[in-house]
Ligand binder design. Structure first.
Ligand code: ATP
Length: 224
């Protein structure tokens, strides 16, 4: 069991529900050195993750007493990754909110699910399937190699440098003025990413990291 402390652990996370999403969140957090308490009601799930997650316990997060016993409020963040069982998801968020958890992230399978978890105390709602679906749609239908969109229709994408930019500096090709997007970084084969500067020359085969409104990013990527 984790050592108890009176103060809140910085960047320590309780992950509740270890399905594909929750287990992946927990693994990534552990890999990046964070303290993680992972829990699931299913003994087989707990056993199967014991080798990868240093602190994984079988517990029912709808049980307020169990959460208190595990001192979950010593952790700075909670991720509730229970999708299919709406009642368990909502009760878990409610319990965490009642205990005074300051940063609760809840995975939701639908907008209705998301709204309910927000109502009962989730500070952030994540829609992994919907978000990934949207992202893949952009990648499949467009020329982008990677794509992240923010709430306000602003996106960052990795795209191939279009011909019109080849063998010119960014200042010469003037893509910001012509296309309304900003080149923020360049990746050249076998080299690390570099920050884009006005004097940076684009070479055929370069990959560009571009930022701007989503429709303009899509148009720019389609130039290749
Ligand atoms: P996935 O991330 O695989 O898509 P999912 O959205 O289908 O998961 P569920 O199957 O509902 O989500 O739940 C994920 C995990 O949460 C399961 O391993 C389940 O045992 C666990 N779980 C369900 N209820 C509770 C609870 N009350 N307390 C802790 N863990 C729970």
């Amino acid at each position: 069991m984790l050592a108890k402390s009176n103060s809140t652990r910085r960047d320590s996370v309780v992950v509740i529900g270890l399905g594909r999403f929750g287990a992946s969140v927990a693994r990534s957090l552990v890999a990046s050195g964070h303290e993680v308490l992972a829990m699931d009601t299913d003994e087989d799930t707990v056993q199967s993750l014991a080798a990868e997650l240093p602190h994984v316990v079988r517990a029912d997060a709808t049980d307020l007493g169990a959460l208190k016993q595990l001192s979950v409020t010593d952790f700075s963040h909670a991720v509730v990754s229970i999708g299919a069982n709406l009642e368990a998801s909502v009760l878990t968020v409610l319990n965490l909110a009642q205990l005074g958890m300051k940063d609760i992230w809840a995975k939701a399978n639908s907008p209705q699910h998301g709204r309910i978890t927000e109502r009962v105390g989730a500070h952030h709602v994540i829609y992994p399937e919907a978000d990934m679906g949207e992202r893949v749609a952009h990648l499949v239908t467009g020329k982008m190699m990677d794509f992240i969109e923010f709430d306000d229709g602003f996106a960052i994408a990795k795209t191939r440098a279009p011909m019109e930019t080849h063998s010119k500096t960014l200042a010469m090709s003037n893509v910001r003025k012509k296309h309304g997007i900003t080149v923020v970084g360049i990746k050249r084969r076998h080299q690390d990413f570099i920050y884009a500067k006005p004097e940076t020359e684009i070479k055929p085969g370069d990959h560009l990291i571009v930022a701007g409104p989503t429709p303009l990013i899509e148009k720019f990527s389609a130039l290749y």
